[in-house]
Design a protein around this ligand. Structure first.
Ligand code: NDP
Ligand code: 2IT
Length: 454
């Protein structure tokens, strides 16, 4: 390769990134996600000048469109509340826009764009025909009654329905949005459209078009992915000590499958703090508190007196473990926390949440030889099974739990293999950050070359 090509590639990526920075100066999470991906792509542009010629990077980093809308709804006191709704439709080159909806007070355009941008490459990695998108609202579901959640979801869909559809854009869950919320959204969509377009949303309950194993998919998929990482290092989950952050959908099913594979999970958390149970977490208690009763994780210690609750989330990474699975939210591991994990002997870190490690933390893990599974590969099992739900809906059929779980397992293995192969091919053997970014990007970029549409 000539020096000119190498310089050209680096210069191209730097130029697109500096334009992005000046256009999006007030969107730190979006710039963080973009920077991580851009840094990985320099070797691709060195070997594929045609991507530069067609200006793929600048095209891919600008969303097709972003809609934002007013969501007005009535609370139980009959007062009208107003929230802001979003849908970012980022890229639909390989399939309809696809990605979850997040309801959390921290939601803003920067968070929506980082999630939607990551989703493009994650979805491409699954090998399924789905483009990238994300949406949500700054609505805070905490402390709301069931009737309030329903009215909010109905009001949200009363606007969103214009922009989505089974062949257009297919939302699902994310933080604060589970099967209950998807059900309310689906009911409203069906009412407005007057048609049974079940493929418009995934994560539905199995009684009306939902796929079996979608609830479990992200957490199980994460553990299947980590099993592949361990297998390559001649190891398994058996008798490993595991720390999982969060106690929501992803965390619960990651804990379930890790325990199933013989690991001892000693800690999990919510936004108020974390529990440490040296004898191993009793998942039945966590499920009851979180899935049924909607309680705080601190209540766990009333059922397990030997367990300890500590207020605040940061300390969870001071617990010594072999495997750390951040499954709560973005930027929950910084450089200091990464160094603490490493000093305490962590061997594997894999991301169930989206962008839980900041760039400094990722570099610490990679530099110290920790096996690191990046979010867009490690947590892709959720959206992969969402795509399987779309397939079942459009063929008007249902698959068994075992069928879906087996497909999920195969998909996670192939994401691991493709990411490893891409890392090797471009000179970064063992670096799954670079590998997954490249493998996802190349699939979409090739679609953009063929599509010939700007
Ligand atoms: P849930 O709403 O089910 O659970 C979220 C968990 O994370 C809760 O324990 C919550 O605590 C905690 N949490 C959320 N925000 C914060 C915060 N700002 N600080 C500390 N803790 C926080 O969401 P999911 O399990 O679905 O999502 C978790 C992560 O996984 C997110 O990053 C999401 O984007 C990602 N993900 C989800 C997929 C899915 O299929 N659901 C697929 C792929 C990725 P509390 O209850 O106190 O708020
Ligand atoms: O971040 C994610 O991949 C999800 N929240 C799941 C998206 C989906 O469409 O199933």
């Amino acid at each position: 390769m000539t020096t000119a090509l190498i310089n050209n590639a680096k210069q191209y990526v730097d130029n697109v990134f500096s334009k992005l920075q000046s256009k999006n100066a007030h969107q730190p999470e979006f710039l963080q996600a973009a920077e991580e991906i851009f840094l990985s792509l320099v070797p691709v542009f060195e070997q594929h000048p045609e991507y530069i010629k067609h200006n793929i990077l600048e095209r891919i980093v600008e969303p097709d469109r972003i809609v934002s809308f007013r969501v007005a709804w009535q609370d139980d006191n009959h007062d009208v509340q107003v929230n802001r709704g979003y849908r970012v439709q980022y890229n639909n080159v390989i399939g309809p826009y696809k990605g979850g909806l997040r309801f959390h007070p921290t939601v803003n355009e920067s968070i929506m764009k980082f999630l939607a941008f990551e989703q493009i490459f994650k979805n491409a990695l699954t090998g399924q025909p789905i483009g990238g998108g994300k949406g949500g609202s700054d609505f805070d579901p905490k402390g709301k009654s069931d009737a309030e959640i329903m009215r909010f979801c109905q009001a949200f869909m009363t606007e969103l329905y214009r922009y989505v559809g089974p062949d257009v854009d297919v939302p699902a869950g994310d933080i604060g949005v589970g099967a209950r919320e998807v059900g309310y959204l689906w009911g409203q969509y069906k009412r407005i459209r007057g048609a049974y377009e079940s493929g418009v949303l995934t994560g539905k309950k199995p009684g009306y078009g939902g796929s079996l194993a979608r609830t479990e998919a992200t957490g199980y998929g994460l553990v299947y992915f980590v099993s592949e990482m361990l297998r390559e290092a001649n190891s398994t989950f058996l008798n490993k000590t595991v720390v999982v952050s969060g106690s929501g959908n992803v965390a619960i099913y990651a804990i379930e499958k890790a325990q199933h594979f013989g690991a001892k999970v000693v800690a999990c958390s919510d936004s108020s703090g974390y529990i440490y149970d040296a004898e191993g977490i009793d998942l039945k208690i966590v499920k009851r508190l979180k899935e049924v009763e909607g309680k705080r994780i601190s209540e766990y210690v009333t059922y397990r007196p030997n367990a300890v609750f500590t207020a605040g989330c940061e300390g969870i990474w001071t617990i010594p473990c072999d495997i750390a699975l951040p499954c709560a939210t973005q930027n929950e591991i910084n450089g200091d926390q990464a160094r603490t994990l490493i000093a305490n002997g962590v061997k594997v870190v894999a991301e169930g949440a989206n962008m839980p490690s900041n760039l400094e933390a990722i570099n610490e893990f990679l530099d110290s030889g920790v096996l690191f599974g990046p979010a867009k590969a490690a947590n892709a099992g959720g959206v992969a099974v969402s795509a399987l739900e779309m397939a079942q809906n459009s063929s008007r059929t249902y698959w068994t739990f075992q069928e879906v779980d087996a497909k999920l397992h195969d998909i996670m293995k192939s994401i691991f293999n493709e990411s490893s192969e891409a890392a090797k091919k471009y000179g970064y053997e063992g670096n799954l950050v670079v590998g997954s970014n490249i493998a996802g990007f190349v699939r979409v970029a090739n679609g953009m070359l063929v599509e010939g549409v700007y």
